[in-house]
Every structure is written in structure tokens, then in C-alpha cells.
Ligand binder design. Structure first.
Ligand SMILES: NC(=O)c1ccc[n+]([C@@H]2O[C@H](COP(=O)([O-])OP(=O)(O)OC[C@H]3O[C@@H](n4cnc5c(N)ncnc54)[C@H](OP(=O)(O)O)[C@@H]3O)[C@@H](O)[C@H]2O)c1
Length: 281
């Protein structure tokens, strides 16, 4: 008998797109959703949640903009309630390491009665190539309020592999996977590795967090995102997440991807080629 589809919240997201691609390649039926799909799913509009969930059996859940923002735990509580009523059997939640709000959301899922997995992740390597840090790399200067704190950045391809294993292997259920990369680096070290690989100079400039937020305001970045970035660079980026964690190995039985492998594949894909970026913009 054909199984109901697996819901993926965050269709075009860095992890959602990869989870969807992997599940489809394995022959699973999926329902990837976001604000731009039909049915749509919008975290800001509770009325969209039930129609998106209806008829699915499991879900990969990414919350927008971040589980650290005020109200995220309440949203997850309501989502889990609707999901349980709809008969959803299993939820895999992408979470952020060292965030009090994220841990509250995790606890809600763990005590919901639905089988669960939490993938609690460090900063993504792909923030340098598919997110807000890409422009700085292309421009030759990355300006951030991060000092010498080391971070074991995680490859989102590893997160997608862990999420797919959690969705498809019943033996892994009801487990928390804390996933990080195998090497903790400063932002300056990351930028140095990227610059060397792309063969262009990229400077890392550290600024005080208040100056950074003023620059975001001048660029018209929404206030909630300003709040989030301040929170991430001050509270969360205080060294609490610097230790390498074994979640990838625990879930997959193989080591996590090193930053240098990420740099090589990203370079090969053309993500830091200004000409390719201009064509796809
Ligand atoms: N970046 C990091 O370093 C990091 C580290 C740890 C944890 N995380 C967690 O990762 C999660 C994000 O996952 P991701 O990076 O895979 O996703 P992502 O790349 O941030 O996802 C972007 C997609 O989300 C959709 N979206 C935006 N607002 C939405 C809304 N209100 N409702 C529904 N969909 C919305 C957009 O599609 P549409 O325009 O079509 O809606 C957009 O294409 C966050 O919860 C974050 O806390 C991130």
C-alpha cells in the first residue's frame, strides 16, 4: 500500500531542499511546503498549518526565522497540537545549539506523545555561500561582530543526511542528535580558507555589535532579524557552542564533513564565482 507523504516545512530552505531531494531519490513521496507553495505553509498564519499537514505521516520541521525568537516555543506547541490531532506519527525538528528558546521548543516536541527527533545544529558552513555572509565573500570583505570565538561549523549536507536517517530509520527515533563539524574555527580562519581556495583576497573585519546593528538598520533589514542577529552574535556566540559534537557520527556511522571539503565542493559548484552569481541573481 502506498504510504502517505512526508511533510517538509521549508521547501526552498538550505536544509529543506536537500532533505526533499534525498527523500525523493530514495523513492519516498514528499510534500515540501513554504509560503510560496500550494498548499502554502506560513509560520505567521496558523490557518495554513492544518491543510498543509493533512494526510502526511511524518514531518521535517524548520522554523522561521529561528527558534531563538520570542514566541517560537508557543508556535511549536500549537503546531505539535495540530499535528497530533491530524494523526502525524513522527516529527524531526531542526534546532539551534545554545539557544534557550530552541530548547523550550525541543522539550515541547519531546513531551508531545508524537515520536520525535531533534537535530540540534551549530552554525551552518553554508551561511558563507547560501545566506547573509555570501555578499561579503563576493565583495572581498566580510564585516561581522564576531571575535575569536571558535565554532565547529556544520555542513548542511550532513544535517540533511541526519534528518533523512531520522525520518526513515525507526531505530533512531526519540533521539537528540547534536551535530557539529569536526573542527572548530574562528570566522577569520574560515574566511582565510575560502580566500585561499577562490584565489581572491577576502578580508575579515570585526566591528562592535552596535555598529553592526546600525549598518543593518541602514540597509533596511527587518527589526526581528536585527534582534536575532544581535542575540546570535552576543548571547549564543559566547563560546558555549565551541565544543565539537558527535551527532553526525552517532546517526550515520561516519564522520562529519570538514570545512575544507565544504570549501572545495562549494568552489566547484561556482557559489563564489561573481560571474555565476550575477547570472543567477
Ligand atoms: N543558519 C544557521 O547557521 C543555523 C544554525 C542552527 C539552526 N538553524 C535553524 O535553521 C532553521 C532554518 O532552516 P534552513 O536554513 O534550512 O532554512 P532557510 O534556508 O532559512 O529557509 C528559507 C526558506 O524559508 C521559507 N520561509 C521564510 N519565512 C517563512 C514563514 N514565515 N513560513 C514558512 N516558510 C518561510 C522561505 O520560502 P518561501 O519564501 O517560499 O516561504 C525561504 O525560502 C531556523 O530555524 C534556524 O534557527 C540555522
Amino acid at each position: 500500500m502506498k504510504q502517505n507523504p512526508i511533510l517538509i516545512i521549508g521547501k526552498n530552505g538550505k536544509t529543506g531542499a536537500r532533505v526533499n531531494q534525498r527523500l525523493q531519490a530514495l523513492g519516498y513521496d514528499t510534500r515540501p511546503v513554504s509560503r510560496s507553495t500550494s498548499p502554502a505553509f506560513d509560520w505567521e498564519d496558523t490557518a495554513t498549518w492544518q491543510p498543509a499537514i493533512a494526510g502526511t505521516r511524518a514531518a521535517y520541521v524548520t522554523y522561521q526565522p529561528d527558534l531563538a525568537v520570542p514566541g517560537a516555543d508557543a508556535a511549536i506547541k500549537e503546531f505539535v497540537r495540530i499535528a497530533a490531532n491530524a494523526g502525524l506519527e513522527h516529527i524531526v525538528l531542526l534546532s539551534g545549539r545554545g539557544e534557550a528558546g530552541a530548547e523550550r521548543a525541543e522539550q515541547i516536541l519531546m513531551h508531545s506523545g508524537i515520536t520525535w527527533n531533534v537535530v540540534r545544529a551549530n552554525w551552518f558552513m553554508q551561511n558563507f555561500s547560501e545566506s547573509f555572509m555570501l555578499d561579503g565573500i563576493l565583495a572581498g570583505e566580510l564585516v561581522l561582530p564576531a571575535g575569536d570565538t571558535i565554532e565547529p561549523f556544520i555542513d548542511v549536507d550532513d544535517i540533511a543526511d541526519v534528518a533523512v536517517a531520522a525520518l526513515t530509520e525507526p531505530d533512531l527515533r526519540n533521539r537528540l542528535f547534536e551535530v557539529s563539524g569536526p573542527r572548530a574555527l574562528t570566522f577569520a580562519q574560515c574566511v582565510e580558507e575560502i580566500a585561499e581556495a577562490i584565489g581572491r583576497p577576502v578580508k575579515y573585519t570585526r566591528v562592535p555589535v552596535d555598529d553592526y546593528i546600525i549598518a543593518l538598520q541602514e540597509q533596511g533589514v527587518p527589526e526581528d532579524l536585527q534582534w536575532l542577529l544581535r542575540e546570535l552574535f552576543t548571547v549564543v556566540f559566547d563560546g558555549r557552542n565551541s565544543k565539537v559534537m558527535p551527532g553526525v557520527e552517532q546517526a550515520l556511522g561516519r564522520p562529519a564533513t570538514d570545512f575544507s571539503s565544504y570549501v572545495q565542493k562549494t568552489l566547484a559548484a561556482g557559489a563564489w564565482d561573481p560571474l555565476i552569481q550575477k547570472k543567477t541573481a
